[in-house]
Write a protein of this length. Structure first.
Length: 338
């Protein structure tokens, strides 16, 4: 039987004028692909515009590499549906995602002579529940500086009791629940103003082999649906603190509740700080949520350092009782180039 296609009505017409229905199975696939692409495009559009947008964009930006999954699924659907415009859309999204997955920030090594080796450990112990595991990790790893977030009063007392011999110097913001934070140091410390925030963010200046090093603990509010503005403001406060004195070596470490895919975090890196995990080749290693790792997660725990430091190694540790991995980095402090 001879047939002709009536594209306007979505039917086939035979030579005798009869009509038979055209298969429409491809249309649902194209619609599903379009919905997937539309959702991904909103997030990618904000990333392109250097904006964190509004809920749910900040929350989705934390998992930006995982958007490759719905984008790939949508692209497969466009091919099955023979929707070529959609295929171009999907390929463009894949290209942008691949571009943004690349590490952000500078990676230039310091040029001055090395003057000190420093090991840093940062850990969010989730309302103090991971304190025992943290103490064991500190004894095993022997860091010089320890940054502890969500260290409530019981956690603070345990650290003072069990680690005071190795870490006689400390700066803390006391608090219950998630508000308490502590910096422990094998180096002498002098006081520095804490960064203002809902959660404790203490600061100090360490004497590292005769060289002053600014220490700041980061723990801004998470980007909860009703607190995105507060999250953005507290990351901006960390950015301002990082920019205060660019002539002094700096370590800014903790749970930032942000990844390199958040504009507010990139603005902290734009002050000249560099992510030690990135320098050591671990820039996309996830640190949270620990209960779904390594299958699913994102890196929101960071050690940021000024250009005076080189990073030799970075390792993420699984600690019982907390939903965050701890991060240990080995740094070399260099003197200013002559």
């Amino acid at each position: 039987m001879d047939t002709e296609t009536d594209t306007a009505n979505g039917t086939w017409t035979d030579a005798d004028g009869g009509r038979t229905p055209r298969r429409t199975g491809r249309r649902p696939g194209a619609w599903c692909a379009a919905l997937l692409f539309a959702g991904v495009s909103v997030v990618v559009g904000c990333r392109t515009a250097d904006s964190d947008g509004v809920t749910p964009v900040p929350q989705l930006l934390a998992f930006l590499p995982w958007l490759l999954v719905p984008t790939g699924a949508g692209l497969l659907l466009t091919l099955l549906a023979r929707w070529w415009t959609g295929a171009v859309w999907g390929v463009a999204l894949l290209g942008l995602l691949a571009w943004f997955i690349e590490p952000y920030g500078k990676s230039v090594e310091p040029t001055g002579p090395p003057v000190a080796e420093v090991r840093v450990l940062t850990s969010n112990v989730e309302f103090g529940q991971g304190t025992d595991a943290l103490i064991a990790a500190v004894r095993r790893e022997k860091p010089d500086l320890v940054f502890v977030q969500e260290c409530e009063r019981t956690c603070g007392a345990a650290l003072r009791r069990d680690l005071a011999a190795g870490y006689p110097h400390r700066r803390a913001v006391e608090g219950d629940g998630s508000k308490g934070s502590v910096i422990l140091s094998a180096f002498p410390l002098r006081a520095a103003p804490a960064v203002p925030g809902t959660l404790g963010m203490p600061a100090a200046v360490a004497d590292v082999r005769g060289h002053p090093v600014r220490l700041r603990l980061a723990h801004p509010m998470p980007p909860l649906a009703d607190r995105v503005d507060r999250w953005r403001e507290e990351l901006a406060a960390l950015r301002d603190a990082a920019a205060e004195d660019r002539g002094t070596p700096t370590v800014l470490a903790g749970d930032f509740n942000a990844s390199q895919d958040h504009a507010a975090f990139r603005r902290i890196l734009d002050t000249g700080l560099r992510d030690a995990a990135r320098l050591a080749g671990q820039d996309r290693t996830p640190s949270w949520p620990a209960r779904t790792l390594p299958v699913f997660g994102t890196q929101i725990d960071h050690v940021l350092v000024s250009g005076d430091f080189a990073a030799r190694d970075a390792r993420f540790l699984d600690l019982a009782g907390t939903d965050h991995r701890a991060l240990v980095v080995d740094l070399t402090l260099h003197a200013a180039a002559g």
